[in-house]
Ligand binder design. Structure first.
Ligand code: KIV
Length: 285
């Protein structure tokens, strides 16, 4: 049986560009999801998102690591190429993985060029004031950049965990966002910003602020697709699953396993040459 997905809300869409994203600020909210392969990119695109992020959260969600710091450029290239094969109309953005953006500018340019050749149409860089010159060089070279301020998961070891950013850090987070914007970022992800801080950033920036765990005072939202679809064992408190795909999948698998185990066994052949131990491995699993 050939199965196709029939989107109910999206048929043919024109490609979303960085310009589309910039122009949405103040006009309509921007919806973004992560995706890590052709299947999830296709689902996200058919659901109508504006931007698909091949996030380095692939490390936690798909690859079984404890954090995103284990994700390498080669892994990002591999997953970006897979997502790009879905040919999404949504803007495909690839995360620049741990430490790569902190290398010298020619190395960062070469790394980001690999992500663009893999099919990304922009990259996302975690960081602020210190990385602004690198962002400027990327933009200058023709590689659009989305910034990422507030909680930066690649800094988890320095921060000692994942936490909210509030009034105490307001000035430094604002400076980071402004530096990214001045360097040419077309949008900025603001992760785990307190309520007042998100609104301040949104109002201070001329480019869209895309929030995650930062409340509604943003120009758009981004979520990890596994959190939305109920595929994460312990999703963050701000991510409310809309469906429990893990439970459906386990139910389907367990039902199939039970059906397989219920199949009749072939009668053991009573050839004297077949030892007993070998016969017991003939159960159809
Ligand atoms: O890697 C990621 O998934 C992110 C989030 C902002 C969604 O950076």
């Amino acid at each position: 049986m050939v199965r196709t997905f029939f989107p109910t809300c999206v048929t043919m869409r024109t490609n979303v560009t960085t310009k589309t994203i910039r122009q949405a600020k103040g006009v309509r909210q921007i919806a973004c999801l992560t995706a890590y392969d052709a299947l999830t990119a296709r689902l996200a695109d058919m659901g109508g998102v504006d931007l698909i992020l091949v996030g380095d959260s692939v490390g936690n969600t798909v690859l079984g690591f404890e954090s995103s710091v284990h994700v390498t450029l080669e892994m990002m290239e591999h997953h970006t190429a897979a997502a790009a094969r879905a040919r999404p109309a949504a803007l495909l953005v690839a995360d620049v993985p741990f430490c790569v953006a902190h290398e010298d500018v020619p190395s960062v340019l070469r790394s980001c060029a690999r992500l663009i050749r893999a099919g990304a149409r922009a990259v996302k860089v975690e960081g602020g004031v210190k990385l602004a010159p690198v962002v400027g060089a990327l933009v200058e070279a023709g590689i659009p950049v989305c910034g990422h301020v507030g909680l930066q998961p690649q800094q988890v070891h320095r921060l000692g965990g994942y936490r909210k950013f509030g009034d105490a850090e307001a000035e430094s987070v604002l400076a980071d966002a402004r530096a990214m914007e001045a360097a040419g970022a077309f949008a900025i992800v603001g992760e785990m910003l307190g309520k007042g801080l998100a609104a301040r950033l949104r109002d201070a920036l001329s480019v869209p602020l895309i929030g995650i765990g930062s409340g509604v005072d943003c120009d758009g939202q981004v979520l990890v697709i596994h959190d939305l679809l109920g595929l994460t064992e312990t999703p963050p408190p701000f991510a409310k699953p809309r469906v429990d795909l893990a439970a459906s999948a386990v139910g389907a698998i367990a039902g199939w396993v039970a059906d397989v185990r219920a199949l009749p066994n072939s009668a053991p052949t009573s050839s004297p040459a077949t030892p007993k131990a070998e016969i017991s491995t003939h159960i159809p699993l």
